[in-house]
Design a protein around this ligand. Structure first.
Ligand code: FES
Length: 275
C-alpha cells in the first residue's frame, strides 16, 4: 500500500481536479462566496449565462466582491461600484476613468453539470466525473444540494465507504472525493446518489449531494429522504474525526473494506503525483 500525504493547498495535485463547489440553483440569487483549498472565491452568473469564478477581491482595492450585487449578470463591487461582466472583465467604473488591463479579474475553469457548479484552481487533468444516466431519459434528476461540513473530505468519503456493505446495489468511489451509489426499490425502480466533496481545507468540506430516480410518479422528497438518510450519521462520524493540517495521510487501515482500500490506494497515487 502506497502511503502519501495529500496537501490541501492550491499548489498541490488537488489543484488539477474538478470540484462541485455550489448548486446551480443558488447562484440565481446573486454572488456566492466559496472557499476552495484555502482560496476565497466569488461565483456569479454573468450576462451570457455562464458562471464566472474569480478571486473574492476587487481589483480596485480588495473589497470582497461576494458582498456586492448582481444586476443582469453584472457584478458590482460594494465599495466604489466597479462592475464586472463576462469572463470577469471590468466593464464599468463610476469615475469614468479608463479601464486598464489590471482592472479585469483573473478567472478559473468552471462548468455546470448535474445541477452543480464545478471548478478547478489550475488546469484540470481530466473531465468532470462522467455520470451517463444524467442524460438517460429513464432517469430524472430530483435533487442537487451543497452544504458545509466541518470534516475532511477524506474522512467523509471513508465514512461513507465504511458503511456500504449490503443495502445498495452497487457503490463506486471516484477520485478525488466522490462516491456514487445505486439503489433498487421494492417497486423495481432505481435511484442513484452522488456525494462529492470540495475541500475547503484539510478540515472542512463543501459536500454536494445529487439524486436521480427512474420512478416516474414518485414522491421526490420521499425518495431523497430515503437515499440520503445515512448522511446525517456520516456527517456526525466524519466531523468527530480529527484532521491534521495542512496535509492528510491517505493510507488505508487493515480493517477497511476492499472498496475503501482501493480508493485510498488511488488517492495515494494522486497525492504522489505532485504539482
Ligand atoms: S474596492 Fe471595489 S470598486 Fe473600489
Amino acid at each position: 500500500m502506497t502511503v502519501a500525504l495529500i496537501p490541501f493547498t492550491a499548489a498541490g495535485p488537488l489543484s488539477r481536479q474538478w470540484f462541485g463547489v455550489a448548486s446551480s440553483a443558488t447562484l440565481d440569487d446573486g454572488p456566492e462566496a466559496v472557499r476552495l483549498l484555502g482560496n476565497d472565491l466569488v461565483l456569479w452568473r454573468s450576462p451570457s449565462g455562464t458562471v464566472v469564478v474569480a478571486p473574492d477581491k476587487c481589483t480596485h482595492s480588495k473589497r470582497q466582491l461576494s458582498k456586492g450585487t448582481v444586476d443582469e449578470g453584472r457584478l458590482a463591487c460594494p465599495k466604489h461600484g466597479w462592475t464586472f461582466g463576462d469572463e470577469g472583465r471590468c466593464i464599468f467604473k463610476p469615475s469614468g476613468l479608463p479601464i486598464t488591463d489590471n482592472a479585469h479579474l483573473k478567472t478559473y475553469p468552471c462548468t455546470e453539470r448535474y445541477g452543480l457548479i464545478w471548478m478547478a484552481l489550475g488546469d484540470p487533468e481530466a473531465s468532470v466525473i462522467d455520470l451517463p444516466w444524467d442524460d438517460d431519459p429513464r432517469y430524472r434528476r430530483i435533487h442537487s444540494e451543497v452544504s458545509a461540513w466541518a470534516a475532511s473530505p477524506v474522512h467523509v468519503i471513508e465514512t461513507i465507504l465504511a458503511k456500504t456493505d449490503s443495502e445498495p446495489v452497487d457503490v463506486s468511489a471516484e477520485l478525488p472525493f466522490s462516491v456514487h451509489t445505486r439503489y433498487r426499490s421494492d417497486d423495481g425502480s432505481e435511484h442513484r446518489r452522488l456525494v462529492t466533496c470540495a475541500p475547503v481545507n484539510s478540515r472542512a468540506s463543501r459536500v454536494a449531494t445529487v439524486v436521480w430516480t427512474t420512478a416516474p410518479d414518485a414522491d421526490d422528497a420521499k425518495v431523497v429522504e430515503e437515499v440520503t438518510s445515512d448522511l446525517e450519521e456520516v456527517r456526525s462520524v466524519a466531523e468527530s474525526m480529527a484532521a491534521p493540517s495542512p496535509a492528510v495521510e491517505t493510507a488505508a487501515t487493515p480493517d477497511e473494506n476492499a472498496l475503501s482500500q482501493d480508493w485510498k490506494h488511488r488517492l495515494s497515487d494522486l497525492a504522489s503525483s505532485g504539482t
